[in-house]
Structures are given as C-alpha cells and as structure tokens.
Design a protein around this ligand. Structure first.
Ligand code: ATP
Length: 585
C-alpha cells in the first residue's frame, strides 16, 4: 500500500470530531489492507511498530528530528528551529519544507507503508554506538522521498505526536466491519485480543487465516493476557448476597504482576502489560525456584516489605521499584514478596475456562515454600459476618481490604466482572471508591490562578460500550501551586486544536488535550447533572460534587483503564442504597 493513502487517512482522522465518521474512515482504510500489511497499518495508526508488551518503543528526540529535517531538505538547523517556533510542530515544518523542495526536484520514489514501517522498526530497535547516526539516516531516507503530507507524519510518528485518538476498541470494531461487513464479529476479535494483547497480530491472523482462526485463538507463554478486573461493593452483605459462599482474599496494595515461565526463562508483565522482567530480579529467581511447572502463566501482587519488621511498605514505596536504574540496589533496599492469586496456564492446560476453585487448588499445589513467592491469604466464607471479620482483620494489618471471588467463575480476561468484587477500607460511608478519570482539557485559570496558566482540568470517564470519554467534572481542587505549573506543562505537550473525536462533552475547556493521562480524584458524592455527558439519558448525566485530585498522574493506567461510565452508575446506586436503603431511589 502506498504510504500516501495512510497519510491522507491520518489527515482525515485528525480533522474529524465525530466518532461515527472516525469509524467510517478507519473501516474503509482497513478494507483496503491485506494480510501482508494490515498489522503494520494498525501499529502505525497507534504510533507504534509492535505491541506494547514487546517493549519495542519507537521514539526519537526533537534534536534528531531537527537534524534530519535540515539534512533532508538542505537547510540549516537554525532555519528549522525558526520554522518550528513559527508553526509549533516539527511535522508541519517538514511538510512546509517538502512543499518547497517539491518544486525543485520532480522525481522521487513513492513511499510504501512497508518501507516506512521497516525504517521505523529499525529506528526503534537500533542500539549501541552509531545508533544515532543510523536513526538519522533512516529518517532522512524517508523524508527524501516524501510528499509534503507524508513528511508531516514521518516526523510526527517517531516523535510520539500522532494524536489521532484511535483506541483499541475502535480499531477492533473497524476491523470487524472491514472484514465481515458487520460489528458483530467484534466480540470474537476482542476475545482474541484479550488473550494476546496484540492488535496487529489479531488483525494479521484474521486477514491471513480467516474468522475461524480467531474463534480458535490460543494462549501463548511469553505473550501477556489482558488482566481480569474487579467490580466494587459497598458492604460484606452485598458481596454475600451476590456470590453466596465465596472465597475472600487479602487485597495487597502493591504492583500487579503477570508472570510467564518457560523452562528457565521468565517474563514479568505489569497491569498495563509492559514488560517489567528486568526490574524485578528477585521475582525471576523466586519463580524459578518455587514455581513447580515447566510452562506456566500466573498472577500475583508484588509488594515491598521491610525485612526487619516483616511489615509491608505503602504503595508509593513499591512503585519506586518500577524504574530502570539502580535495580540491584533497589532490590536490596526494598525486596519484594509476590502474593500469587491466580493461575492462567500450566503445562499445556489453559486454566482460564476452569472455575476459580480449581485454578486456586492447582496454584496451591504448584507453589513451593520459599522466600519470595507466597499464596495470597484466603478464606472461604458463607455469611456476611464471617466476611466482615476477615475484612476487619485485613484492614487492621494495614492491608487495603479484600477481594471476594466467585468460586465457580472462569478467569475473564480483559473485563471487569462480578467474578471478583473488591471491598476497600476507604469505602465505608463515603463514595464507594476514588475514581480514575481521564484529563480531556484544561481551563486557563482566572484571578490568582492566572499566573499558573491553569486553573482546573476537565475530566472524563470511559464509556466502554462506545469507546468514548464522557465528561464527569471540572476539577480545580487538591492541586499544589507546583502541581498547577507542572500539569500545564504536561498538558501543553498533548494539546490538540479541537475536541478529540472520542470525547463527548457539552463543555468547552480553554484547551483540549488528547485523552491520554489518568488521574485519581475523590468527591463528596456522585450527583445527576445536565452539564456532563457521563451516563447521559437525554436529560441528565452524572457529575462529581466537590471533586478534588488525590495523588498524581497514574502511569500504570491507560485512558481505557479509567473508571467506566458503567462503574459510575453502579457507584451512584450503591451510594443511594447507603443513604436511603433503596436501590431504586
Ligand atoms: P485498585 O486501584 O483498586 O487497585 P485497579 O483498577 O488497579 O483498582 P481493580 O480491578 O479495581 O484494579 O482491583 C483489583 C486489583 O487489586 C488487581 O489489579 C490487583 O492488582 C490487586 N490485588 C491485590 N490483591 C489481590 C488479590 N488477592 N486478588 C486479586 N487482585 C488483587
């Protein structure tokens, strides 16, 4: 496929504010793709060259881009910088210069998607001495043959400035439409995606082997599964009335790990499925020593603890272990324990369709005693009183609460279902949880705050059914002055000229931003409001009363991992039950 087709599609996607149009544009692009390029097209749409779990990240610095542009178009770097100041975006600079050049040289070889992808892949994987020069050459090679519009994207993609706002769910739907003519096949594609976390690969299988191969999709050790998530409850009674006799496990406030083992090779994936293998050497060692299987996939919560006192450190300490340098020292200072809580695969058997009780029994058999791996603490309860007692004992010991589990439920990859229900200590009598919301814009701030350039943010929750972000609050409280300044800086990097197509909003902030960052907020209560679009029923949506930020941007969550509209509705109902005792109030 000619890269021109992709560049024109990007341009149209960038212009649209309508989600339906976004879907049409995508579906018609994917209808033109074939088995040899569909994966590449999908990665490029997301500004990548491989699935996130591979750790292959495409990225170059501005300096390198400036040099490449200067050399490709025969101008000096100062001129590029001047134009950058004028136009505000290096992609547009390349577009402008390619336009000038066009009039001088009339012949060049048209770029194909394959060639652009190939060069980007080599840029992403270049390492060691000479890699900067190699990256520069690869970029210049593309720019030399680029039409103006193509040049815009050849520069924006590796700079991470594509900002098309195309989410995974939208791509899955567009694929279903492009290949089968209807949305219905999306569910099957989603299941396959949940088992391999690789959109490009799912598309390739569909185009190469057809829908049947998607139906028979299998788990592979070394490729992460999208994690099962928990619903929330307000009380032990609610849990027991939903699940009856169930398991209750301690909820550790640490770092979720999905561990894969094949012989003496171990992979560790985060909740967002980033490859974290190198950051946790003691977990690798613990798995090799203590997990009894040739091949396995299991999950657990890693948490830093004080070896002297045996006490767990708070989440903030554990998260410090998620860094790239000084790993050995950090492992000594804050060693981790891993509390295993689920088994996904072992020695040829896919455990995901099996009931929890069977998975847990097998997990218990396979973990040998040792220093690092342990089983999550678990009791079986039949009454609300017993569940309450276990909850209290967990909270007393400084744990976050409990996760109750349906004894008969399968492992449901990539979904938040009632098979797991969390009850946290902060829930009681207040809003049943904090919310993780997506920042979609900001207000410049008046009066005292005008000096910071940011007075508040417009935030949204995720609508899973339509893959959009719907606003729920304007948040101006809870920021320190430094945070206001920092937030403005971060958001200016991802500012966009108009409302992104996947954002549904009645309000118009001063600056729109790409829905990218998730932040945790709390509020006094959830109310109904005509101003916000979350859960909109034609008259009212849901809003937060007295919202304020707690904590900072959650690097462990993608925008699609934010609290969903469906969860907000559930939290609203729970809140009504507590206040009035009537779920239908
Ligand atoms: P939270 O902020 O409550 O952790 P989350 O969105 O990160 O929310 P949830 O699905 O809401 O994730 O809660 C489940 C999380 O709790 C899991 O992702 C896991 O990291 C953690 N966890 C701790 N202990 C357990 C356990 N015993 N069983 C399952 N999950 C557990």
């Amino acid at each position: 496929m000619e890269f021109r087709v992709l560049a024109e599609t990007f341009d149209r996607l960038e212009r649209t504010s309508a989600r339906l149009e976004l879907m049409d544009i995508l579906a018609s692009l994917l209808a033109r793709a074939d088995a040899s390029n569909v994966d590449k097209i999908i990665y490029l749409l997301q500004g990548r060259v491989a699935a996130p779990y591979t750790g292959i990240e495409l990225g170059i610095g501005e300096k390198l881009a400036i040099q490449a542009i200067a050399r490709a178009f025969g101008v000096n770097a100062d001129e590029v910088e001047r134009l950058y100041k004028e136009l505000g975006d290096l992609g547009s600079v390349a577009e402008r210069l390619a336009g000038n050049k066009k009039q001088m040289t009339l012949f060049s070889q048209p770029l194909t998607v394959e060639r652009v992808y190939d060069n980007f892949y080599r840029i992403a994987t270049a390492s060691g001495s000479g890699s900067q020069e190699l990256k520069l050459r690869l970029l210049i090679d593309l720019l030399n043959d680029a039409e103006p519009l193509e040049a815009r994207y050849i520069v924006r993609i590796p700079l991470g400035k594509l900002r098309l706002g195309v989410g995974d769910a939208t791509i899955l739907e567009a694929l279903a439409i492009a290949r089968t003519g209807s949305r219905e096949f999306k569910e099957r594609l989603e299941r396959a995606y949940n088992l391999c976390s690789d959109l490009g690969y799912v598309a390739k299988v569909l185009y190469e082997k057809g829908p049947e191969a998607i139906q028979n999709f299998k788990i592979v050790v070394g490729i992460p599964i999208r994690p099962a998530l928990a619903q929330r409850a307000q009380s032990a009674e609610e849990i027991v009335s939903r699940l009856g006799t169930c398991a209750a496990e301690a909820k550790y406030d640490g770092f979720r790990c999905q561990i894969h083992k094949k012989g003496d090779k171990v992979w560790i994936f985060s909740r967002r499925l980033e490859n974290m293998t190198n950051m946790f050497p003691e977990i690798i060692e613990g798995t090799l020593k203590q997990f009894d299987a040739e091949e396995a996939i299991f999950e657990g919560e890693a948490i830093a603890y004080n070896e002297e006192t045996g006490e767990f450190y708070p989440f903030q300490m554990t998260i410090q272990r998620k860094r790239k340098y000084g790993i050995k020292e950090a492992a000594e200072e804050y060693p981790l324990k891993l509390f295993a809580f689920d088994l996904i695969y072992a020695d040829g058997v896919d455990y995901t369709p099996k009931p929890y009780k069977e998975r847990r029994a097998e997990l218990e058999k396979r973990i040998k005693k040792g220093d690092v791996l342990d089983l999550s603490e678990k009791v079986i309860v039949s009454t609300a009183e017993d569940l309450e007692k276990f909850f209290e004992s967990c909270v007393e010991r400084g744990l976050e609460g409990i996760v109750a589990k349906d004894l008969n439920a399968p492992y449901i990859a990539g979904a938040r279902k009632w098979a797991w229900i969390k009850l946290k200590r902060s829930y009681r009598g207040e809003l049943s949880d904090t919310l993780d919301v997506v920042i979609v814009g900001y207000y410049k701030g008046r009066g005292k705050r005008s000096q910071f350039g940011l007075g508040g943010i417009l935030v949204a929750v995720y609508d899973k059914d339509e893959d959009t972000f719907r606003t729920i609050a304007k948040v101006g409280s809870g920021f320190t002055e430094e945070q206001l300044v920092e937030m403005k800086k971060i958001l200016d990097e991802i500012a966009v000229p108009h409302r992104p197509a996947r954002v549904v909003s009645f309000l118009e902030p001063d600056v729109w931003v790409e829905p990218k960052y998730v932040i945790t907020v709390t509020a006094d209560e959830i109310t109904r409001s005509p101003n916000h679009t979350a859960g909109w029923d034609g008259k009212r949506g849901y809003a937060l009363r007295f919202p304020r930020i707690v904590g900072w941007i959650r690097s462990d969550k993608a925008p699609e991992d934010a609290t969903t509209v469906q969860e907000v509705v559930e939290m609203y109902k729970q809140q009504r039950t507590v206040i009035t005792g009537d779920e239908n109030a």
